[in-house]
Design a protein around this ligand. Sequence first.
Ligand code: FES
Length: 294
Amino acid sequence: MPLLSSLFDAPSRWTALDPVAARAKDVADRLLPGGSVRALLHGRPAGHPAHPALAQLPIGTSVSALLLDAVATVTPGGAALEAPARGLAAVSVAAVAPTALAGWADYVDLHPDQQRTAIVHAAGNALAAALWTASLFSRRHGRLLRTAGTSVAGAAGALGGHLAYRWAAGPNHAEHLVHLAGDGKEFSDLGPLDDLPEGRPALRRIGDAPLCVLRRGGQVLALTDTCTHLGAALHEGEVKGTGAATTITCPWHGSEFRFADGDVLDGPATAPQPTVETKVADGRVLARVVGPPL
Ligand code: FES
C-alpha cells in the first residue's frame, strides 16, 4: 500500500482514541443545538456538506498569509507585509469556530473507525488554530508561528480529505445506484403487486440497484434503498405520513426522505435520495430509477 495512504489510514485503527471519541460524541449530542441549527451545520439547506465548504476560508487565508510571509522574507521592505499577513491569520482564527462546529455535527454519526481519524484531524486543526492565535500576540515570532500553524493545518486538512475520500465520510452514498439501475429509460419488472407486504417497506432490485418499495393498497411508492448519508438500508426504516407526503426514516441516524421527490426533510443527510418512478400493470409492479432530484 502507498506509504502516504498507510500513514493516513493508521488513526482509524488507534482504538486507544475510543474513550476520547465517545466523549466528543456525548458532548456534541448535549451541546450542539438540534432542529434548523443542526441542519445548517450539516449543510442540509444548501444540499451540500457545510464543513468542507467552510474549511475553504481558513485554508485560503492561512495559505495566503504563508505566501505573503514568503514574499516578505525575500523582498527588501518585506516588513510592510507583516500587517496584512497578521490580518489573514486573524481571519483564519475567526473561521475556525464555525468550521469546527460543522465538522463536529457531522462527526457525531460517523462509524468508530472514521471517528478515530476525525479526532486526529480535529486535534491537528486545534493545534493549528492555537499556533495562528499565538502568532497574533508575538512580535518576534509571528511569521514562524503562522508558518507552523499552516503546516499543521495542511497535514490535518489532508487527513480530513483522506477521511472523506478514502473512508467515505461525507460523500453521497447513493449516487452510483442511478448507474447500476441502467439508463432509466425502461421500466423493470419488480414482480407481482400481491407479493409486496401492505404498508411495510420491502427490498426489491433493478439489476444491482436495491430499491425500498412501499405498497399502500393499489399504489406503490419507491426510492433507491441505500441511504445517501452513510449507506444504511432504508427499507429497514420507519414509514411516516400518507400520499405525497409519505416519507421513510433511515434506521441508522434518522435522515428522513420523501418518496415523492427524494428530498431530505430531517437528519444528517445532505444529498436527496435518487427517486424511483413506479406503475402497476396487469398486477405487476414496474419501476425505473429516475435519477437524483435536480
Ligand atoms: S445512514 Fe445515516 S441517516 Fe442513513
